[in-house]
Design a protein around this ligand. Structure first.
Ligand SMILES: Cc1cc2nc3c(=O)[nH]c(=O)nc-3n(C[C@H](O)[C@H](O)[C@H](O)COP(=O)(O)OP(=O)(O)OC[C@H]3O[C@@H](n4cnc5c(N)ncnc54)[C@H](O)[C@@H]3O)c2cc1C
Length: 443
């Protein structure tokens, strides 16, 4: 287990002043630790061990100045969640948003769903997603309680609609899940839970549901400690002695600037104008949802059902059906071809339902919907943490920002305020944006 490269890695991830103790007294371990940089001494051991090694790195841990003011750039769910987590810690936050209102971009859909798509392996991404799901539900219970208007906990069924999905679901269901997170259901139970006839079973997430993302943003940003600057575009970022300086233009093209010890960038895929962030591997992915007129039969749908896409229960008139994915497309025009693509996904959910909603005779040119742009990162792990001293990011939330924004905000606030981290270090390190970051894995 002990090798020179392990000793060196320990030193790399330790702060000045870090201490260690080990019952191993072998001379080569002592020499290896010293060579890596530790000051090592022998002391009396415990029990059957006569001696042990202990030591520390020279110096003392850096003392961070108490953070009192933070500038958050971007008023979507990621920015509002960071602002909320900081405000809860007594920090004054200036929330900068280029649009005239919060939730103007990817976070502006009339409905979004709270769902996580898990795989059977417990890597850092899965651990982060599970932790984010639990955190989001608790955060929303406080900030956006279930009222059937802004948020509903109707449950979500992930349908085993293809051989590949059935395999993923089989693997997941074989693990020991608490029933309040997920459980496997057969086609009969799936039909009973959702209210519509389904040919397949799947995974049932009882706490899944939908919410109105702009209302989530409003609820998170509703704090006297948060000053909103809507209509303010940030154009550049520069390190200054006291922290970071942000410069930009307001709606009337008037120049403005502001400084703070800490700046958090939450601008979705739009980071190219900020020199320290321009290397980050963010890809724009256009997405469109379709507002589908409800029919007497479709009104029976009580829950979210997802297959290739997802369908939410109607609000009395319309269902939200989503969503398309177009990589490297930043346009937000509404497209009939995207509506047609969404409609074709309905047939994967239930051909009977699709027929009862007359999808073959609908005029896709007349359908309503909304298009916006996600920020995707290779590997799907968002870029959350400190990039340079005092400069943080919460970016790359991809297809599930409603779940991941909350815990990401909490993590940034905890790091900036020098508090205990809400996630294991291995997960924190995988989330961290680092200078020169290149992620190899495909999304
Ligand atoms: C069609 C579609 C459907 C989706 N459905 C779901 C779903 O059901 N569930 C789910 O969890 N997720 C869903 N997502 C993903 C989710 O919407 C995103 O992950 C989330 O909204 C990302 O939030 P954000 O705050 O990172 O980005 P955004 O919401 O895009 O916010 C970034 C903000 O920064 C502002 N900004 C940018 N540049 C500047 C600048 N220079 N100065 C000032 N302000 C700036 C923008 O105006 C914007 O308001 C969906 C996305 C799409 C496109």
């Amino acid at each position: 287990m002990w090798t020179q490269s392990v000793f060196e890695k320990i030193v790399r991830i330790s702060q000045p002043g870090a201490s260690f103790a080990t019952y191993t007294c072998a001379g080569w371990v002592r020499r290896g630790l010293e060579q890596a940089g530790f000051q090592v001494s022998k002391s009396p051991g415990f029990g059957r061990k006569r001696e042990m090694l202990q030591g520390h790195l020279p110096g003392s841990p850096p003392v961070r100045a108490k953070v009192t003011k933070v500038i958050v750039i971007g008023g979507g769910v990621a920015g509002c969640a960071v602002a909320s987590a900081l405000a809860m810690r007594g920090v004054s936050v200036t929330l900068i948003e280029s649009a005239p209102a919060l939730a103007a971009a990817a976070s502006g859909n009339p409905r979004g769903i709270l769902h996580i798509r898990l795989s059977a392996g417990m890597d850092s991404l899965q651990r982060f997603l599970l932790a984010s799901y639990g955190h989001a539900l608790a955060l929303l219970d406080e900030k956006l309680p279930i009222d059937g208007i802004a948020r509903a906990e109707c449950g979500e069924l992930q349908l085993a609609f293809s051989a590949q999905e059935a395999k993923r679901i089989d693997r997941l269901a074989a693990l020991d899940w608490p029933a309040h997170v997920l459980r496997r259901v057969d086609a009969a139970e799936a039909s009973e839970l959702t209210g519509i006839e389904l040919a397949h079973g799947g995974l049932w997430f009882p706490a899944g549901g939908w919410l109105v993302p702009p209302q989530m943003c409003e609820a998170l940003a509703a704090s006297p400690a948060i000053v909103r600057r809507t209509g303010y575009r940030a154009e550049s970022l520069a390190a200054v002695e006291s922290g970071w300086r942000v410069e930009g233009k307001d709606e009337r093209q008037q120049a403005w600037s502001d400084e703070a010890q800490v700046v958090v960038v939450c601008t979705g895929y739009q980071v190219k104008s900020f020199a320290p962030l321009s290397h980050l591997p963010l890809t724009p992915v256009r997405g469109q949802i379709t507002m589908l007129p409800a029919t007497p039969h479709s009104e029976n749908l009580r829950t979210i059902v997802s297959a290739n896409g997802y369908l939410a229960p109607s609000d009395g008139e319309l269902h939200v059906l989503g969503a398309t994915h177009d990589f490297n497309d930043e346009a937000v025009d509404l497209r009939a071809s995207d509506h047609a693509e969404n409609l074709s996904k309905l047939a994967d959910i239930s051909p009977t339902l699709a027929k009862s909603m007359n999808i073959d005779s609908l005029d896709v040119e007349q359908l309503n919907g909304r298009a916006s742009v996600r920020a995707s990162v290779p590997g799907a792990m968002p870029l959350v943490g400190e990039l340079l001293p005092g400069l943080y990011t919460s970016l790359g939330h991809g297809t599930r920002g409603l779940i991941t924004a909350g815990l990401s905000g909490e993590l940034i606030a905890a790091i900036a305020c020098g508090q205990l981290l809400p996630l294991p270090l291995a997960v924190v390190n995988t989330l961290a944006p680092v200078p020169g970051l290149v992620r190899q894995v495909g999304d």
